[in-house]
Design a protein around this ligand. Structure first.
Ligand code: NDP
Length: 612
């Protein structure tokens, strides 16, 4: 019987690296970072840390009279998911709604994340919704944050949504009133709103996440999270010019997709920049380019939907035809993703072990390129270059794309502090950050530590939702999400949510939110047209959907993620435990999910829901 080594030799006679040694290296690097406390290593931005989330550096506080209102629909959240829900309701002629939003405008993620260099790494032609309807041509293949925020406002104006907005308003509680058959929404601004329907659209990245580093509240210098960038302190704006940092020693904690984009600007302007890195990101080529107006104007009607579907199917390895987006995402998907498996199956290949091995070797090759890029970009600093190399498979963490980040470490004022051995920053003191036994005294600490994306559902929003009989939504979901189609739950009549769990997930989130908004607005419209008072998911339909989600999630993805370095993709290394499988998306992917919803709507019987 041949060993795996023999098999590799036979299959890949010309490899210039040893896959088994790399596999071992990846495991060592993962084990170094695995922490027993998993997701509980993070602390909530609450109490003495609440300012990291509650402060709005972009708007003055607004005073207004508390409202006492009865409306048809309350949409909670005015990011892309709430905005699309509002737009789709308007399209169906439903205008009696309010969008309750903590910020001072629509935008959600793109309202809050104004850090220098913020950009969307999903192609603008897919990411910016309603381009055909609004007639807007994105400036570049990858839009920067201000252009996305402007597009949000464009959609708001196009659908005349501003009169429906209740900005700078934070929900306190959402409670079902059985006798009135309405939801009662109270807010921290003193509003008392009764709504027949609620759409919770609070988004996956709405709450900044903070590391539970001992002493995090002790620092006496200036500090903020990247999602609340303080330009009063740094000077400049999204495009740079952070001139007030010229005499400042700045620490940034975290090196994920956000830090990759803002570090070049900090490095350019800070007197000294200390980048505290626990795990390096995979930093691939960005290669942005302006939109060719001739090409754009020549696109046939319906092109955006076609492009989004093409992108999704390429990422899922289901597209064997033209790759319309043809970028870093689709390149890695075609080379190493499920694509390889599906192609092999399509071609009649049956040896799944062989296909899995081919995919792993292709992944090693891709990551070797990523690591070589580090050597090419940071040629003179062997130590930093070594630490900047990611040792894990491509999809263990979100891939990043940037053409300035790596070279920033060539600057003499930029210092990379590798904190992998201590599994993170050791301590924060009144005057700075302690790592590897050294105190780095700084004037400012910036947390680029991400968002509460996969933590407990209740942690992601700071209010409760109480359904029939006063049952808490989060009690109902205590062992994991329980929904039909990821959109509604039993015991919560006339209540819907738009999100990322138990539905057709896509990295192109705005498209996915829009698809859900179309569906939810359809159901609300049907309840009204059929003169019903309420609609509620049946317990059996909910149970069947949960079982289907778990069954489809399968063991493959769990095995892959268990080998990965910790991060929010694998619940900080605790994949497979608790609600992980249950909170999965619909595994066949967004296009299949949309087909399923479309068929469900076409049948017209609201299967799995009861009207009363
Ligand atoms: P991430 O959660 O991706 O990164 C958090 C960073 O903080 C990681 O580098 C993490 O290290 C580090 N960290 C956490 N705790 C500690 C600690 N105790 N000591 C030292 N370091 C620590 O957050 P981001 O804001 O970068 O990105 C979040 C998500 O937002 C992305 O995954 C993406 O979905 C989205 N995003 C999208 C963009 C786009 O272009 N579309 C751009 C920016 C963000 P470790 O890796 O070791 O855990």
């Amino acid at each position: 019987m041949s060993t795996e080594q023999d098999r590799i030799q036979e299959m890949f006679p010309n490899l210039d690296f040893d896959p088994l040694a790399l596999r071992e290296k990846y495991r060592e690097e993962r084990d170094k970072r695995l922490r027993d406390d998993g997701e509980s290593q993070y602390v909530e931005a609450a109490d003495e840390l609440a300012h990291f989330s509650d402060d709005d550096p972009y708007a003055e506080p607004a005073e207004r009279e508390a409202l006492d209102l009865t409306i048809e629909v309350a949409i909670i959240g005015g990011g892309f998911s709430g905005l699309m829900a509002a737009a789709r309701l308007k399209e169906r002629g439903i205008s009696d709604f309010r969008v309750i939003e903590a910020a001072a405008d629509f935008g959600g993620t793109w309202y809050w994340n104004r850090y220098p260099g913020a950009q969307c790494d999903i192609e603008s032609y897919c990411y910016l919704p309603l381009l055909e309807e609004t007639g807007y041509m994105p400036k570049e293949k990858y839009s920067y944050a201000p252009e996305i925020y402007e597009h949000v406002q464009r959609i708001g104006k196009y659908f005349d949504l501003y009169p429906n907005a209740l900005f700078q308003t934070r929900v306190r509680e959402v409670r079902w009133l059985e006798e009135e058959q309405h939801w009662r929404i109270t807010t921290k601004q003193g509003d008392d709103i009764r709504a027949r329907f609620v759409i919770q659209a609070t988004g996956p990245a709405n709450r900044p996440k903070l590391p539970g580093i001992p002493g995090i509240g002790d620092f006496r210098g200036h500090t903020f999270h990247t999602a609340r960038w303080d330009y009063d302190y740094t000077g400049g704006d999204h495009s740079g010019g952070l001139t007030k940092l010229a005499d400042k020693r700045v620490a940034i904690i975290g090196t994920g997709a956000t830090a990759i984009q803002c570090v070049p600007f900090l490095g350019e302007h800070a007197q000294d920049l200390y980048v505290f890195q626990r795990t390096p990101s995979s930093v691939d080529l960005r290669g942005n380019k302006p939109t060719d107006p001739e090409w754009y104007e020549g696109l046939e009607p319906g092109w955006q939907r076609e492009r989004r579907e093409n992108f999704a199917s390429t990422l899922l390895g289901q597209n064997f035809g033209e790759d319309l987006v043809a970028d870093g995402w689709t390149d890695i998907a075609r080379r190493i993703g499920i694509s390889l498996t599906n192609r092999a199956a399509d071609a009649g290949a049956i040896d799944i072990e062989e296909v899995t091995l081919r995919s792993e070797v292709a992944d090693f090759e891709k990551m070797n390129e990523i690591r070589s890029r580090v050597d090419a970009e940071v040629p003179d600093d062997g130590q930093a270059a070594e630490a900047l190399k990611p040792w894990y498979r491509q999809f263990c963490k979100r891939p990043t794309f940037n053409d300035e980040y790596l070279a920033t470490f060539n600057r003499p004022n930029v210092h990379l502090v590798d904190v992998s051995e201590s599994q993170g920053v050791e301590r924060i003191t009144e005057s700075g950050v302690v790592a590897n036994g050294t105190l780095y005294e700084v004037d400012c600490i910036i947390f680029a530590t991400g968002f509460e994306i996969t933590t407990d559902a209740h942690r992601r929003v700071d209010f409760d939702t109480l359904g029939r009989g006063g049952q808490s939504l989060y009690e109902h979901w205590k062992d994991g999400f329980r929904t039909l189609h990821g959109l509604a739950s039993h015991g919560f009549p006339n209540w819907f949510t738009i999100g990322i769990n138990q539905n057709g997930l896509s990295v192109n989130m705005t498209g996915m939110f829009d698809d859900q908004a179309v569906h939810v607005s359809y159901v609300i419209d049907q309840v009204r047209q059929r003169n019903a008072q309420t609609v509620e998911v049946d317990a059996e339909a909910e149970e069947a959907w949960v079982e289907q989600i778990i069954a489809l999630a399968g063991a493959g993805a769990t095995e892959f993620l268990a080998e990965c370095t910790p991060g929010y993709y694998n619940r900080e290394g605790q994949v497979g435990r608790g609600a992980n499988m249950q909170n999965s998306p619909y595994a066949p992917g967004i296009n299949a999910f949309n087909d399923l919803l479309r068929t469900w709507r076409e049948k017209g019987d609201l299967a799995g829901m009861t009207l009363s």
